[in-house]
Design a protein around this ligand. Structure first.
Ligand SMILES: Cc1ncc(COP(=O)(O)O)c(C=O)c1O
Length: 396
């Protein structure tokens, strides 16, 4: 007879829920019509909408009219999609046969695969991760059971990158450790490395024998497609082994379609092929193959010169709005001037959690407890009210 009760699902511990998802739910439930949601991480236009790109709508129509089968594509997903991304992401390294790429379910899927690969190759590798970082980085690293070592990245009160501390911490890395770096448009701070800083990071990465894993989820949202890929390409030029986790979900504005890619480089085409075989093995275990629709549409766009040009124009439109709102906020008050120096959708306000909650209660302004806010979360019409409320909170 069984004496001890078997453990079941009811015995699971409670989960610490994702605070950003909670924030979205709270904001949705707020009946105040004037509410401002700068917590969510999607691009919004001047009217506060997240429209489907016009070129994406046309690509969807083309896909609808021309797709003849939905038979399996295999673990690599849409191979042509990954091929067409090469010049955009890799630039002058596009023809390097030591670099191989594969479609993934968004940037998140690429990150998970990249870390799975590291954990398979070297379970003792440590992941050097900046603080703060995108809140999902740490859970992904923990999921593959790699040890995480934080390095200081940003000082919120002064709105500066703690560059010397970062370099010193990376200098303590050991050969085979992974340096997790944000390619551009740092989330959550918006504070990007300058090209000179990238070169210094490259020097320490090379000197210590670290493997750079560059997460580039916002290419084209900062300075431009090529400028935003500077760090990725510098690492590819300098290191034998590099992993790049890429997302098209933002720059094609197709968040829910889950479009991304993983690129890896080793010292030889044969080693890269072997590593890629492991990637396929891992993805087969996790999701078998990536979803087709979004990547197929991105492929249709990139494969056609006219559609591609239209995408570049729409992408520039998103970038211009981000940078225009940044300038408006920066010019509104000296304490907001730093926002004009940053890139991408996010910056961090030096507010206490209490101040963030007060903004929520008094002004229906929803942002993360950390003070991270989406500069294009608000419509143009809401900018004045947002700025006034934030300045009042900062000066309180
Ligand atoms: C820094 C960073 N990396 C990766 C991702 C994941 O992107 P995706 O939605 O394509 O999985 C995000 C999304 O917010 C991000 O901010």
């Amino acid at each position: 007879m069984l004496t001890t009760k078997a453990r079941g699902l009811a015995d699971l511990p409670p989960v610490q829920s994702d605070s950003l998802l909670n924030l979205i739910a709270l904001c949705n439930a707020d009946p105040r019509p004037e509410k401002i949601d700068v917590g969510v991480g999607v691009f919004r236009d001047a009217e506060g909408r997240t429209p489907i790109l016009k070129v994406m709508k046309d690509a969807e129509q083309i896909l609808h009219d021309t797709q003849e089968t939905k038979a399996y594509l295999g673990s690599a997903g849409d191979k042509r999609f990954a091929e067409l991304l090469r010049p955009i992401l890799l630039g002058e390294h596009a023809d390097d046969d030591r670099i191989l790429g594969v479609q993934t379910p968004g940037g998140c899927g690429a990150l998970r695969l990249g870390f799975e690969l590291i954990a398979t190759a070297n379970p003792n590798a440590r992941v050097l991760m900046g603080t703060p970082s995108w809140p999902n980085h740490a859970p992904i690293v923990e999921a593959v059971r790699l040890e995480r070592v934080d390095y200081p990245y940003y000082e919120r009160a002064q709105a500066v990158i703690r560059f010397e501390d970062m370099i010193a911490a990376l200098g303590n890395g050991e050969a085979g450790d992974v340096a997790l770096l944000h390619g551009c448009c740092h989330n959550p701070t918006g504070a990007d490395l300058s090209e000179e800083q990238w070169r210094q990071v490259r020097d320490v990465v090379v000197e210590r024998g670290l493997i750079p894993l560059v997460d580039i989820a916002y290419q084209g949202f900062g300075r431009g497609l090529d400028e935003d890929a500077y760090g990725v390409r510098l690492m590819l030029a300098s290191c034998d082994e590099v992993i790049v986790a890429q997302s098209c979900d933002k720059n094609f504005s197709c968040y829910r379609d889950r479009v991304g890619s993983l690129f890896l480089k080793t010292a030889s085409p044969a080693d890269s092929a072997k590593a890629m075989a492991h990637v396929f093995q891992r993805s087969r275990e996790m999701w078998s193959m990536p979803p087709d629709h979004g990547a197929a549409c991105a492929r249709i766009i990139l494969d056609d010169p006219d559609l591609r040009d239209r995408w570049l124009v729409e992408l520039a439109g998103m970038r211009d709005r981000i940078n225009a709102v940044r300038q408006r906020l920066a010019e509104a008050h000296p304490r907001l001037a730093f926002i004009g120096q940053h890139f991408g959708m996010f910056s961090m306000l030096p507010l206490s959690k209490e101040q963030v909650l007060k903004l929520r209660d008094d002004h229906a302004i929803y942002m993360a407890d950390s003070g991270r806010f989406n500069v294009v979360g608000m419509s143009d019409a809401q900018i004045g009210r947002f700025t006034a409320a934030v300045v009042e909170a900062l000066e309180a």
